[in-house]
Design a protein around this ligand. Sequence first.
Ligand code: TYD
Length: 134
Amino acid sequence: MENIDILEFNFIGSEDRGYLIALEENKNIPFDIKRVYYTYNVPKGVKRGFHAHKNLEQVLVCLNGSIKVKCDYGTLEKTYVLDNPSKGLYIRNNVWREIYDYSEDAVLVVLASQLYSEDDYIRDYSEFIESISN
Ligand code: TYD
């Protein structure tokens, strides 16, 4: 899907010793990392997200447990399951996202290309549809 890619991270290690994954800006993360945030202890049934960004690149990695991410372009939508720390969901501009079905132990870390700015959010779905049709 345009503006979305799945990233597969190489891991180092073995079943005996466990695994290690390194995330590096402009290498396996395709931008300068300005911000890292994470969500955890999200109660059963809660849905988060419900917004798009105007100018932001993000990589979502579910470090533990699992989540679902519904990505919507207005005309097209696709749902991704993140259930493995070696998989990243790379989302760019103008994608409405809804995150749900958090497992009890889900830890979602997000790497972002910009510092937090509320002005970059589109939180109203009809405003989002309007912005992509222009
Ligand atoms: P929001 O991005 O709406 O998270 P979610 O989609 O998971 O519900 O952010 C929730 C609140 O946290 C909102 O008040 C903004 C604040 N926030 C920050 O202060 N810094 C950040 O980096 C992020 C992502 C959110």
